[in-house]
Ligand binder design. Structure first.
Ligand code: GRF
Length: 206
């Protein structure tokens, strides 16, 4: 079965990016990361790309007059790498470009550290910890024009009742993110899907 052609968008340390590469190397994720796109020239994710001989492209907001022009540039790069799935891994910008969103509709995914629709936006783990929730988790969803509101692909609960701080909560959820994201990318490589009731339903290839 051919490998899924993936592009990663990341702004920071890139631990999910690294975890996806680890799972690919271990043979548990049938994908190939062709390019990292980042808006942050200081992102640690760039080091990960370099260590793994993966191309990287820096697309900084300051180089574009309009926000949509930045997203148009990203779309151009994605096209040039023949990207099949765009994986947001700690990408700290909301995608607003209509061209990018429409061209890659239901082919851009994000991982969010809560059980959406609970705790959207920034500091989701802190929001969960401060709320006194005993259970939180993670959501992998399609990216659309809403904030963390696109159709849900996968959710996993994490017991956070033993966490003593927001940081501990984030660390515990992150460990689950690292396995879940690659698992979902692998699903994309192995089957097609339909969206029903705002949720992705996978149909395995026979
Ligand atoms: C993760 O917690 C992810 O859920 C969120 O941003 C964080 C990225 O971490 N979208 P990393 O850069 O992959 O380490």
């Amino acid at each position: 079965m051919s490998k899924l052609n993936v592009a990663i968008l990341a702004s920071g340390r890139g631990s999910n990016f690294q975890a996806i590469l680890n799972e690919i190397k271990a043979g548990r994720c049938n994908a190939e990361v062709k390019v990292l796109i980042t808006d942050n020239p200081e992102a640690k994710a760039i080091d990960i790309a370099k260590q793994n001989n993966i191309s990287f492209e820096i697309v900084e907001r300051k180089n574009f007059e309009k926000r949509s022009e930045m997203d148009d540039k990203i779309k151009e790069i994605l096209d040039s790498y023949k990207t099949e799935l765009v994986v947001l891994a700690g990408y700290m910008r909301i995608i607003k470009g209509k061209l990018l969103l429409e061209s890659y509709k239901n082919r851009i995914i994000n991982i969010h550290p809560s059980l959406l629709p609970l705790f959207p936006g920034e500091n989701a783990q802190k929001q969960a910890f401060n709320s006194g929730a005993k259970v939180s988790g993670l959501t992998i969803h399609f990216v659309d024009e809403t904030l963390d509101g696109g159709p849900i692909i996968y959710q996993e609960k994490v017991d956070i009742s033993d966490c003593k701080s927001a940081e501990e909560t984030a660390d515990k959820i992150l460990k689950h993110e690292h396995k879940a994201y690659a698992k979902v990318i692998d699903l994309f490589s192995r089957g097609s899907y339909i969206i029903e009731d705002h949720k992705a339903v996978f149909i395995k290839k026979t």
